[in-house]
Design a protein around this ligand. Sequence first.
Ligand code: MG
Length: 202
Amino acid sequence: MKIFCVGRNYVAHVLELKNEVPTDPLIFMKPPTALLLEDKPFYHPDFSQNIHYEVELVLKICKNGKSIQPQFAHRYYDAIGLGIDFTARDLQDKFKAKGQPWELAKSFDNSAVVSPFLPLDELGAAPYQFSMQKNGIVVQSGNTENMIFSFDDIICFVSKYITLQKGDYIFTGTPAGVGKVSIGEVYTGFLGDKKMFTCEIK
Ligand code: MG
C-alpha cells in the first residue's frame, strides 16, 4: 500500500509557514513503515529537535484507478480517518533551503498516525470538521470547506501520475496551528465530535 500526502492545502497553514499558495497539489509520500496505528505512543527520534504535529483527514482508497476523471473521483474513496503527519521541521527547512527532497523529514518511522476509518455512508456528506487537542486544549481545527484542493481534485491529480490502488491512504493537508511536540504531551484527534485517536509523545 502507498501513503500519499498533500502539502499546503489550507491557506492559513500555507501562510503560517511563509510558503506560497500552490497552483497544483503538492504531493509527497510516506512508506508503510511510517504507519503508527492503534493509539500507540510516538517515540521522539533523536535526529530532530523540532518535530511538528499536523492533524489531517485521511482518505481510504477503495478501488484501483488511473487518470481518474473528476466526475468519477468520489467513487474511489469510501471511508475517512484522521491522522497526524509528523514532520521533522528542522530537517525539512534544511532540505527546502538546499532544494533537496523532503523524504527524511516526512517519511521516517511512525511519522503517520492513522485512526480507524469511518465509512462515508455513516459520516454523511461533506463538509467535515476536525480538530486536535494537545493535553486537552484545542491546537488545530479544520473544515474541508477551507481546502484549496478538494478530495476529488487530489484524486484526479495524483492518479494522472501514479495509479491509486485499493488500500492506499491519502493525507489531505493540515489546517493552521501546527507546532512542536514535546515528550509527555498527549494528542487527541476528533472528526466532528467523535474521538478518533490518542497519541502520547514518549
Ligand atoms: Mg501535512
